[in-house]
Design a protein around this ligand. Structure first.
Ligand code: HEC
Length: 142
């Protein structure tokens, strides 16, 4: 009885959510999409590892990983690949800019973590995820 009521309600909420999706569609070739998504999963993995390192007080390692995987050092990974496989050039400029800001923010975090200042490093943690959230709430590729 309860589930008979719950299921249609769930479907309705799902439909409302879909109708409310105001994110801008930024389509890209299949090869670029595959690269983007693989890079995204690697981002999430790196983020999780950075959080673990900060929690363990391993600030130098956290900073080094942030720079290598998320920072300016991580830019241009697909530069040598065919145009259709490169996510960056297929993004609208504003979307691309969020990505660049994210790399800059991760490098700034890395510099703070490298100082070994635990308070400041923890205070800077949200800067690692601001671009993730900003882009995901504004754009979709399908
Ligand atoms: C410049 C835009 C942008 C930024 C910045 C960005 N993402 Fe994404 N991300 C995307 C898009 C676009 C998708 C695909 C969404 C879709 O399926 O329509 C995506 C998908 C993902 C996925 C799902 C991957 C899959 O296999 O489908 C994960 C996980 C993810 N992002 C993590 C992150 C994390 C963590 C960060 C920050 C460190 C981040 N992203 C920053 C644009 C971005």
């Amino acid at each position: 009885m309860r589930s008979a009521l719950f299921l249609p309600l769930l479907l309705l909420v799902g439909a409302l959510h879909a109708a409310e999706d105001a994110r801008q569609l930024a389509p890209m070739p299949a090869a670029a999409e595959a690269n983007l998504r693989a890079e995204m999963r690697a981002n999430l993995l790196a983020l999780n590892e950075i959080l673990g390192l900060v929690a363990a007080g391993k600030l130098a390692e956290a900073g080094a990983l942030a720079e290598k995987e998320l920072g300016v050092s991580a830019m241009g990974k697909h530069r040598s690949q065919p145009f259709d496989a490169r996510p960056g050039p297929h993004m609208p400029p504003a979307m691309h800019a969020i990505g660049m800001d994210g790399h800059q923010a991760a490098s700034a975090f890395a510099r703070i973590a490298a100082t070994g200042d635990r308070e400041r490093t923890i205070a800077a943690l949200p800067s690692l995820t601001a671009a993730c959230v900003g882009c995901h709430y504004a754009y979709r590729i399908r």
